[in-house]
Design a protein around this ligand. Sequence first.
Ligand code: R5P
Length: 292
Amino acid sequence: MKPIIFALPGNEYLSADIIAGTKGEKGNFEIRQFPDQETYVRLLCDVNKRDVIIVCTLHQPDAKLLPLFFLCNLLRDQNVNSICLVAPYLAYMRQDKQFNSGEAITSEYFAKLLSSIADRLITIDPHLHRRVSMKEIYSIPTEVLHAAMLISEWIKTNIPYALLIGPDSESEQWVSEVAKNAGAPFIVLQKIRHGDRDVEVSVPGIEKYKNHIPVLVDDIISTARTMIETVTHLKKAGAKDPVCIGVHAVFAGNSYEELKNSGVSKVITCNTIVHQSNAIDISKLICSVIQK
Ligand code: R5P
């Protein structure tokens, strides 16, 4: 039987693509806030013994988690066969160790919580850095998809003479992959983060690539400090106006406007989070794994 697909608010476009791509059924339900901001959820379809997919990308996760928790519990009470959570952006992956004594390793607590409400998780380029595998923190099966090939294709089509730039050593894993598939050279920079919004970046060896268009590629753009700092150094070194590509358009506060005003030619993201910068579609990637 075909899956039933539920879209948490804000996930309607991707959900529609998944319904079309899997020939699934749309899950009808009502979700709203009471005047006191508590959440009301009501199922409007039969889910008995059905496989259910919930689409809920998890940027700004704190406000999303309780509605998701309620929906999963409601579905269990109505005797679903399975719950697959599609969270193209997975939050709380960056706090993966105690940087200072007494800190919560929230990536572990978050993983424990999601593992308790869903049976399977599908996500795209989660921020695995100190951890190698999702299995280290998630006890449910997880499928990790990568946007690298789609980004390479976008670069091949749109940027004729690209030099790929990874803003820090953590980015090397996907920048090297994107560069290989785009047939372009790459360099990886050194980054020191002094605080939430205080990032220092160095750009060694850029002089060799004066005629290339720098294409910065990173998994997450949040405060955009990493990108802005890199753009500033590139401009000082006489590079052409860079193109910035992020997988996940988190864009905290005014960071999108700040990045656009920092001297870049374009800011491009994948649609793991709905944003005006979205130009690379990941829906087929997700459908391909759901249908397996
Ligand atoms: C860090 O490890 C990530 O790969 C990104 O470089 C980082 O999340 C970007 O953050 P921001 O936009 O706040 O500089």
